[in-house]
Unconditional design. Structure first.
Length: 386
């Protein structure tokens, strides 16, 4: 039985006022942050702060200094050289991500940032379209709270979310293509746990993913130098680990929705992270169901190193359930899904952010209970929509 992602018929639309408020409030944080950046532009700051990492790494690669991107000190020199930004930033993506960064570095910074925002938003909307219920505007798929944060700061979240949805659409019908998409997702490998689990029971997907991942690694080593991989594995990775365990309350941590971070890190955060992950696994074992949205929610419950701008698929899954099943949901379920939709914004709110892992756990329970996907012959499949 093959998976189908054809649009479904909607019988229970969300009330208009509720629907409008979801999207207006959902975009509010990104709009406020964008306005703040406009005010502070020129003061050691550029609009699209995360995109400055991508663009600077691309410039270094084009200038034959790709290895500079993976040394925190030389990368920061690059930020000063190209953007006049003396900033404590680092480039955290593996060397084959430079194949994405380099073409955008051919253009002036703000032209490139605008193009990146448009293309990534359009790509996510295109990838999401087959999943959307009838009457759901595809443009809204890219304008969830997580999507708006990506448009504010130029993150990879819309690109990765689009690839995620594309993988789940292709995994049963075009396994080689799905494996290629899975290999592309290795530019953020720590989010690939659910992708790897999905591929395990699909030999062609797994083999294609492995082959293309090796191709990308070898190609990047040839183009940018083999030493870039050594620097990434032993330099960049250690920097990321140090950042995660750094003391203080940097803005960096206010963008991380994991239980480990929102519950204060240290022993308490680790204990809550383990408990939440165990509860997620227990729910999966009970219901034995799996789809693109369930896999995304599980990822953010299990992994301690995650960011609000990567919640693009989680946000979309929550709001689609509201859109499709409004009259079937009770008030607590509506509130849970609505809060999950707003989760990327709530990470910025002290104390409230600690509730996000619990909200996502509740969302997972709702998704599992209402999902049409079932386990058949060792594979999770979805019946054709009516």
């Amino acid at each position: 039985m093959k998976a189908s992602t054809k649009p479904t018929r909607v019988c229970n639309p969300v009330p208009f006022v509720t629907w409008a408020c979801l999207w207006l409030v959902g975009a509010s944080f990104a709009l406020v942050l964008f306005a703040k950046d406009l005010i502070s532009i020129g003061l050691d700051h550029s609009i699209g702060r995360d995109f400055t990492n991508l663009w600077t790494a691309g410039k270094l690669a084009l200038d034959g200094r790709g290895d500079w991107a993976f040394d925190v000190h030389t990368f920061r020199l690059g930020l000063v050289e190209y953007l006049h930004m003396p900033s404590l930033q680092n480039y955290s993506y593996p060397p084959h991500a430079l194949f994405i960064a380099a073409p955008f570095a051919l253009l002036p910074y703000y032209v490139s940032f605008a193009l990146w925002s448009v293309l990534s938003g359009v790509f996510f909307a295109w990838a999401a379209k087959p999943y959307l219920p009838k009457g759901f505007p595809p443009i809204l798929a890219a304008l969830t709270p997580a999507g708006c944060i990506n448009l504010w700061n130029g993150h990879y979240g819309l690109l990765l979310g689009g690839l995620w949805l594309l993988f789940f659409r292709l995994k049963d019908t075009r396994p080689i293509s799905a494996g290629t998409v899975a290999a592309l997702l290795t530019i953020k490998p720590h989010l690939g746990l659910a992708i790897a689990f999905t591929a395990l029971s699909r030999r062609k997907v797994l083999v294609a993913a492995g082959v293309w991942a090796v191709v990308f690694i070898l190609a990047s080593a040839f183009v940018f130098g083999p030493h870039t991989w050594g620097q990434f594995l032993f330099g960049t990775s250690s920097v990321q680990s140090e950042i995660l365990n750094r003391e203080g309350s940097d803005f960096y941590f206010r963008m991380m929705p994991s239980a480990y971070v929102t519950w204060g890190r240290g022993a308490t955060g680790a204990a809550v992270q383990i408990a939440v992950a165990a509860a997620a696994v227990a729910l999966l074992w009970r219901f034995r169901r799996w789809d693109a949205y369930i896999a995304a929610t599980v990822t953010f419950l299990i992994m301690p190193y995650v960011f609000n701008y990567d919640l693009t698929v989680v946000c979309l899954g929550a709001v689609i359930l509201l859109y499709e099943r409004w009259n079937e949901l009770g008030t607590p379920e509506r509130l849970t899904l609505g809060t999950a939709f707003m989760a990327p914004n709530l990470t910025f709110v002290p104390y409230v952010s600690a509730m996000i892992p619990l909200v996502l756990l509740g969302t997972l329970g709702i998704q599992l209970r209402m999902s049409r996907a079932t386990l058949e012959n060792g594979r999770y499949v979805e019946p054709a929509h009516p």
